[in-house]
Structure formats: C-alpha cells, structure tokens
Design a protein around this ligand. Sequence first.
Ligand code: HEM
Length: 138
Amino acid sequence: MRTEDVERVRRSHAEIDDPHGFAMRFYDVLFRVQPELRRLFPAPIDAQAAKFAGMLAAVVTQLDAPFALEADIAALGRRHVDYGVGEADYDAVGAALLIALHETLGEVFTPSVEQAWAAVYGEMAEAMIAAGAHAAVE
Ligand code: HEM
C-alpha cells in the first residue's frame, strides 16, 4: 500500500459524516447493480450495515499496519465461503463500494482517491479470497 494512497483513503473516509448511512447506501447500490446477491443477506440490512461500516473503519485505521488485521481478514474470508459468497461476487461488491463512495463524497472523490480505494479494496478482497480458497482445500 503506497503512503499517498493510505493518506487519500484516510482523508476521504474522514469526510463520511454518517458511516451507517454510507453503509446503507452501499447495500442499496449493491442490490440495485446485483439484485441476485440480496438473497444472501438477512431481510433487515441494518445490523449488517453497522458491521460493514465497523470493518471498513477498522481497516482504514490500520492501513499503515497491514499485518495487524491479517488474521481477522483471513477469518472473515473463510466465514464468507460459509455465507455462500463466491470469488466473482467480490468484483460486484468492489464496484458498489466505489459507486457509493462517489455518490457520498462528490467532488472529494477524485480519480486518484478512487484509485486508492480500489487498491485498498482489491488487497482486502484478495486476502479474503485466498483465505477462503485455502480453507476449501483443507
Ligand atoms: C472486503 C470485502 C468485505 C468485507 C470487509 C466484508 C465484511 C463483512 C462483515 C464484517 C460481516 C459480518 C459477519 C462476520 O464478521 O463474519 C460480513 C457478513 C456478510 N457478508 Fe461481507 N464483507 C466483504 C465482502 C463480501 C462480499 C463480496 C459479499 C458477497 C455478496 C459479502 C456478503 C456477506 C454476507 C452474505 C454476510 C452474512 C450476512 C448474514 O447472514 O448476517 N461480503 N461481511
């Protein structure tokens, strides 16, 4: 993770006034873009949105200490296999995250900020997928 990307993600994340509202918007976008993923989640999405916002905040806080969350992210990846999440679903979630960030941040979401978020999400998704694939062959 490049230092300038860490700064871009941190600064733009701090501009999200209402993290829970942001997470709700993220799920709105996700289910609009990929309606077939809705069935994987419980009917009321509030509790899930709170967990997602919490995880995102934890990751943003730990961006310059990538190993701090490594075990948590691997365990999260393994749990996602049990939730029925496939590798391709990570692309849909990543795309929804970028759209929700764009809608929330407006002009703060410059191309370099977008690229920084894509890098953070990509690294996290890769770690979760790798941990899930590893668990599957055990
Ligand atoms: C970097 C990517 C992701 C992060 C940080 C993330 C985060 C979380 C967190 C924190 C939970 C709460 C439960 C737990 O800790 O095990 C969760 C649950 C869940 N996530 Fe994710 N997730 C990610 C990617 C995805 C993707 C790609 C999907 C595919 C649709 C997905 C679908 C789900 C589902 C279905 C649940 C369980 C809902 C339930 O039954 O309560 N997640 N996720």
